[in-house]
Design a protein. Structure first.
Length: 203
């Protein structure tokens, strides 16, 4: 499903970013209160990509797998950013760590839409998460799941399908809708890079 693969961000595959050390790739823009990617065009100096926005998300679940499980999310735009958010997920939703990651994405997209509505320059959005499940679901699998009516490749019902489908449709709306032009990609990062979002989710 090539249409979906383009939602996958990997700096190693990006000519303008592959030479920038990973630890230096993201920089905080204190004026805009958001994190942004750096960019390097050929032999020119490294500069901040003014069209970019990087958001770190994480989900947590205390007592995962037990009757008393309680899930929460964290959304991190940068140090002391007013856009940072955290909270408990809806009581009616499954209280699992996987669902917490999905709801972290949902909350992030709400905030991103509000931020982008006041700053039209921000068009290239990168969602950074240590959840391989979420990255693969949104960048590789969701299109096939929709084609099969919510079934996986082996014919089994996909967990959280309705929520994932709704988020997929929201991403399409953000990109192709009347107020579109916002492209969202997913970046699988190491847990060590997700510590701030993790701290918010566990606060």
């Amino acid at each position: 499903y090539g249409e979906e693969i383009r939602r996958l961000f990997d700096p190693a595959d990006d000519p303008g970013r592959r030479r920038i050390p990973l630890a230096e790739l993201v920089v905080y823009n204190a004026e805009k209160h958001v994190s942004q990617l750096k960019f390097q065009a050929r032999t020119l100096p490294v500069e901040r990509d003014e069209f970019s926005l990087v958001v770190y998300i994480d989900g947590a679940c205390r007592g995962n797998g037990t009757r008393n499980a309680r899930s929460s999310y964290g959304v991190y735009f940068g140090p002391d950013s007013p856009y940072n958010a955290n909270g408990l997920i809806d009581n009616a939703a499954p209280q699992t760590s996987t669902r917490a990651e999905i709801e972290a994405l949902a909350e992030a997209l709400k905030i991103i839409q509000a931020v982008c509505a006041t700053d039209f320059k921000l068009q290239q959005i990168t969602i950074a998460t240590d959840s391989s499940y979420l990255v693969d679901a949104m960048s590789k699998h969701v299109g096939g799941w929709i084609e099969r009516g919510g079934l996986g490749s082996r014919g089994k019902a996909v967990a959280h399908y309705d929520r994932l489908k709704a988020l997929h449709e929201l991403l399409d709306e953000m990109e192709y809708g009347d107020d579109g032009g916002i492209v969202v990609q997913f970046w699988r990062i190491e847990r060590s890079m997700s510590s701030a979002a993790d701290a918010l989710a566990n606060a």
